[in-house]
Design a protein. Structure first.
Length: 160
């Protein structure tokens, strides 16, 4: 996600991050070093060295911090970011299972009813154009059961 602009709001104790998806807030409590009344933010700017995918802030004490846009999306529970994170985790697990499987890649391809090119696309963790369905099919061919666990969050942000 490319950041268009970033500002800070000391009254609300948040960074305000504007991008093409809209405006997102990120509390000071989620960054390190943490700004405070005794060590306030003196500057904040979009980081061009990160190709506008993050921002940098400076505190009065001279400490600096950097925030990547993924931190903002994760905190705000952006659905597309969460989907991509799930795809990434499933892909890494599929890569491990293919390496340790007794099945040859040719047999995996045959059981999936697909091509070698498509298998390699499924195993590419940088490819986010694949579907969760395709990865579940691959994991099924590799004799894996995939269970979805849904937990209620408690007030401290830890899963219960």
């Amino acid at each position: 996600m490319k950041i268009q602009s970033v500002s800070h709001n000391n009254r609300k104790k948040v960074f305000q991050v504007k991008c093409s998806k809209g405006m997102f807030l990120l509390p000071y409590s989620k960054v390190d070093p943490r700004p405070s009344g005794n060590d306030p933010i003196i500057r904040v700017f979009v980081d061009k060295e990160q190709e506008r995918e993050g921002f940098v802030y400076g505190l009065e004490s001279g400490k600096e911090g950097a925030v990547h846009s993924d931190q903002v999306l994760e905190y705000n529970q952006d659905p597309r970011y969460l989907r991509d994170a799930l795809l990434y985790k499933l892909t890494l697990e599929a890569q491990k299972r293919v390496k340790t499987s007794a099945l040859s890649k040719r047999e995996i391809i045959r059981r999936l009813g697909t091509s070698a090119t498509q298998l390699y696309r499924l195993l590419d963790q940088t490819n986010y154009r694949k579907s969760v369905d395709q990865l579940l099919s691959l994991l099924h061919v590799l004799d894996c059961d995939v269970d979805l666990l849904i937990r209620t969050k408690n007030t401290s942000g830890q899963a219960a």
